[in-house]
Every structure is written in structure tokens, then in C-alpha cells.
Design a protein around this ligand. Structure first.
Ligand SMILES: Nc1ncnc2c1ncn2[C@@H]1O[C@H](COP(=O)(O)OP(=O)(O)OP(=O)(O)O)[C@@H](O)[C@H]1O
Ligand SMILES: [Mg+2]
Length: 226
């Protein structure tokens, strides 16, 4: 355990049994995340990056091992507590955005706050939209947005709840160079200014320049770049 560990995975494994040949997606993975740390996770397609992020984000459960938030296991919690964690502690930017099609971009972003009984700070959310370059999207529905615009709405949704941890799965995968840089700088600033802890999966090696460390996954094995 390092000094200011907020999130920790201990010997977690995950094997998918959906096809005739089991897919060992994550093998004995142990990792700690410090408060305010910006971690970039890289690795080939199919190496287990999304699997790791989904386990850390309580969207899936490991077959063995434990995951701890501030020293307390987040496995086998009651549903209400898992929902609370996802609304307040862990902001997740999924690889497929997962926006609600029947709500506008703005509504998608404020929904988690409303579900948590909070009133949104409209000015602040407008700032987030502006920093992400999606102000023109606020009253549009996901189907009316490009992939890159939807991606940034998903990022805004995660930022708006001020989570202690942001887990972002290829948040720049659909963006051009300029917008990718804006997203990475915004996330990097969130670490510095708000001491948020960020783990970001990416294929963009350039973003490593902004990271405190880079983790690599290959065939389900996690290693830290030194
Ligand atoms: N729901 C699932 N059912 C069965 N196998 C799965 C499932 N999800 C992922 N896998 C398998 O687990 C392995 C890791 O998948 P994962 O999605 O974690 O990879 P990834 O590193 O995120 O890849 P990419 O860069 O393409 O997003 C792959 O072999 C994949 O085929
Ligand atoms: Mg993935």
C-alpha cells in the first residue's frame, strides 16, 4: 500500500465463460491508485483494459481477489451502496458512451446528480460543456450527435458529479488531435486542481506525457512502465 492509496485491486482475476473457450481476460492483477494520480493504461486490443476498468468501476465483479476503496472492499455490497458509489465516488466514461437516447446531452449530464437528489450547478456544467467544445450540443439527443460529441457528453457526465475517481475507457478514441488534447488537459487539470484520481485507457501514446505513470496490459497481465 502506498501513502495515499484511494483505490486498490488485490490479485483480481476475470475469466469470461460466454463462449466454448474461456477467455482469461485478467490474470492476477494487483494495483494501487493514489489520490490525485493520473494513470494511463495502454495495451493491445483484447488485452483486458476494459475488463480491468469495469471491475474497478463496480460494473463487473472479479472471479477472485478483492477491490478496496479507501481500504474497504467494494465487492458484495448491497445494490443501494453500489449505486451510491457510482453516483458519488466513481465517475465512469464507458468505451461505448452509454448515453440515454431519450434524453438530451444536458439531461444526460445532470441525470446522475438528480438521481442523487442534488441540484446541478448550471454555470459549472456550462463551463464543462464549453471546455469540452460541446456547448452547441446541449439540447440535442444522442442520435443527433457525432461519435466524438457523444464521447465528450459522457466525459461531461462523469466530471459533473465530482467523483473522487474517474475511470475513462478510451475517452479520446473518437476525437481529432485538437479535441483529444483538450480532453487530456482537462482530465490532467482535474487531478491537479481537484485531486481527483484518474485512470484512463488509451491507444494514444501522446497522452502518456500528461500521466504520472503508464500501465501496460498484455494478454491479461498488468505491468508498470519504469
Ligand atoms: N462479455 C465478454 N464475453 C466474453 N469474452 C469477453 C467479454 N468481454 C471481453 N471479452 C474478452 O476478454 C478479453 C479482454 O477484453 P477487453 O474488452 O477487456 O479488452 P480491451 O483491452 O479493452 O480491448 P479494446 O482495446 O479492443 O477495447 C478479450 O479476449 C475479449 O474477447
Ligand atoms: Mg476496451
Amino acid at each position: 500500500m502506498r501513502e495515499n492509496t484511494i483505490l486498490e485491486a488485490r490479485h483480481i482475476t476475470r475469466t469470461y465463460h460466454t463462449s466454448s473457450v474461456p477467455a482469461e481476460a485478467l490474470k492476477d492483477c494487483s494495483i494501487t491508485f493514489e489520490t490525485g494520480e493520473f494513470t494511463v493504461i495502454v495495451g493491445p486490443s483484447g488485452s483486458g483494459k476494459s475488463t480491468l476498468l469495469r471491475l474497478l468501476g463496480t460494473l463487473d465483479a472479479p472471479d477472485s481477489g478483492d477491490i478496496l476503496l479507501r481500504g474497504k472492499s467494494i465487492l458484495n455490497l448491497p445494490d443501494a451502496e453500489v449505486s451510491r458509489l457510482r453516483r458519488q465516488e466513481i465517475g465512469f466514461v464507458p468505451q461505448d458512451y452509454s448515453l440515454f437516447p431519450e434524453y438530451t446531452a444536458w439531461e444526460n449530464v445532470i441525470l446522475p446528480l438528480r438521481l442523487d437528489g442534488q441540484k446541478e450547478n448550471a454555470e459549472e456544467i456550462e463551463d464543462i460543456f464549453s471546455l469540452l467544445g460541446i456547448s452547441h450540443c446541449r439540447d440535442k439527443f444522442p442520435a443527433e450527435l457525432s461519435g466524438g460529441e457523444q464521447q465528450r457528453v459522457a466525459i461531461a457526465r462523469a466530471l459533473a458529479i465530482h467523483p473522487a475517481i474517474i475511470l475513462a475507457d478510451e475517452p479520446t478514441g473518437n476525437l481529432d488531435a485538437e479535441n483529444s488534447l483538450a480532453v487530456i488537459q482537462l482530465l490532467s487539470r482535474a487531478c491537479e486542481v481537484y485531486h481527483q484520481t484518474i485512470a484512463m485507457v488509451t491507444h494514444d501514446r501522446q497522452s502518456a506525457d500528461y500521466a504520472d505513470r503508464v500501465l501496460t496490459i498484455k494478454d491479461g497481465w498488468l505491468t508498470e512502465d519504469v
